[in-house]
Design a protein around this ligand. Structure first.
Ligand code: DQA
Length: 146
């Protein structure tokens, strides 16, 4: 079986659909996971979809993806703007990395406009709503095929 694409989600994304729906929309994270699973099946990809509120858990999953994962799609949520630990873990991963933000972080507060993860990401999708995860999966398919 081919190596999975890790789709990693950071803090408060478990509240998707309830949390600031005017910014993040009404879809739940379960809806997003189901849409990703359906698209992955069409693309012939296998996914490992995870969410945590804890920085160290994200680091652990990125480390797990070393050797075991073909690529990483990550929405680190608030840790995007603060976490050198996640950046360092991503630097130790050899495959493609795509960063996803549901909202357009560049249209928001100044502190959201800096991303540590972008220093490693091969591509960034922001402001496309939850569809951004599906766009990232399609891009991941091309990156892996290249
Ligand atoms: C987010 C943007 C972050 O600034 C914020 O802290 C999040 C979600 C997004 O998907 O738009 O929790 O990553």
């Amino acid at each position: 079986m081919s190596k999975p694409i890790y789709i990693l989600n950071g803090p408060n994304l478990n509240l998707l659909g309830q949390r600031q729906p005017e910014i993040y929309g009404r879809e739940t994270l379960e809806d997003v996971a189901a849409a990703c699973a359906a698209l992955a099946m069409d693309l012939g990809l296998v996914i490992c979809f995870h969410q945590t509120n804890h920085e160290g858990q994200l680091v652990d999953w990125v480390q797990e993806a070393r050797g075991q994962g073909a690529g990483i799609i990550i929405n680190p949520a608030a840790y995007t703007h603060t976490s050198v630990a996640i950046l360092d873990a991503l630097h130790a991963f050899d495959g493609p990395v795509l960063e996803v933000h549901i909202s357009n972080v560049h249209k928001r507060e100044a502190f959201r406009q800096h991303s540590y993860v972008s220093l490693r990401a091969d591509g960034v999708i922001a402001g496309c709503g939850t569809e951004g995860y599906l766009l990232a999966l399609r891009r991941m398919k091309s990156l892996i095929a290249a």
